[in-house]
Ligand binder design. Structure first.
Ligand code: PXL
Length: 278
């Protein structure tokens, strides 16, 4: 089997089942050598917990990447998630430009917003910096809120296919290549994902589980990248990631004490089967 080396750059939320504590196990299950660059260390994630600690690691990044360059370390893919600061986005862009093998790909989850709002740590300056990173990436995985911030579009709770096509067109016009737009639902009880390559449009619809769960964006993006690295097409990787995320949400349903994340670990074997590892 082809053994790929991926670098994922996102924060360590020590507790909360998101970012690196999700990406590392999922990408390892996808049989990829998974290298990490923590953007920040937090005691918990920022969505629902209060009083969390936050150690920004921006200043460490240039020396880390210089060391990797000197050691001639290169990556088949770079996948970024929640980043710690605006300055860091520029460093990350530089890492993608210098440490990706030729023929490798970059995947950017512009993890900065949901439900029509930016996450607490972010502002308009961060959004502008994220636009540069997202529109230079091979693949972006925004939710609808993030697509609105990236394109300066009005966020809508209810919408139709024309609205979603408008978002895709604006993302493509701004430079996006492959867009995996998550959380797109047109009917009661359903949600889904739009896959667009250079403006094309295909849609995978699946069940929507009533309870909105935190961390599912990270589970989804990690599972997508792992499947894609295993040779799946964008559409198939998007479908597998959706089916796996639904399983993880189902695993968590009914456990009110587990409000902060999803139990993605107990269905990792299903994910491995979906991508053909086992
Ligand atoms: O799941 C995205 C995410 C990652 N990391 C941190 C977060 C969030 C979402 O709120 O707060 C620290």
């Amino acid at each position: 089997m082809d053994y790929k080396k991926i670098l994922t750059i996102q924060d360590i939320s020590c507790v909360g089942q998101c970012s690196l504590t999700v990406a590392l196990p999922i990408l390892s299950a996808a049989a990829c050598e998974t290298c990490i660059l923590p953007s920040a260390v937090l005691s918990t994630h920022t969505a629902g917990f209060t009083g969390y600690t936050f150690r920004d690691l921006t200043d460490d990044i240039p020396a880390v990447s210089a060391h990797w360059s000197k050691e001639n370390i290169r990556f088949d893919a770079v996948y970024t998630g929640y980043l710690g600061s605006t300055q860091q986005i520029d460093y990350v862009k530089d890492i993608i430009d210098t440490l990706l093998v030729s023929g490798g790909f970059s995947a950017v989850d512009p993890a900065m917003a949901d439900g029509g709002k930016l996450y607490p740590a972010f502002d308009a300056e961060y959004v502008d910096a994220m636009k540069k990173l997202a529109f230079s990436a091979d693949i972006i995985l925004p939710n609808i809120t993030e697509a609105c911030f990236l394109t300066g579009s009005e966020y809508r709770e209810t919408y139709n296919e024309d609205y979603i096509k408008m978002l895709i067109d604006k993302l493509t016009a701004a430079g996006a290549r492959t867009v995996i737009l998550t959380g797109v639902g047109y009917r009661e009880g359903k949600t889904g994902v739009v896959v667009s390559e250079s403006g094309s449009y295909s849609y995978y619809e699946h069940r929507k589980i009533a309870k909105g769960c935190h961390g599912t964006g990270d589970v989804y993006a990690s599972a997508f990248v792992g499947a894609y690295l295993n040779g799946k097409t964008s559409y198939d990787a998007a479908k597998i990631a959706a089916d796996y995320t639904v399983l993880a949400i189902e695993n968590t349903q009914g456990d009110a004490s587990h409000w902060y994340g999803v139990k993605f670990e107990t269905c990792l074997a299903d994910y491995m089967r979906m991508i053909g590892i086992i």
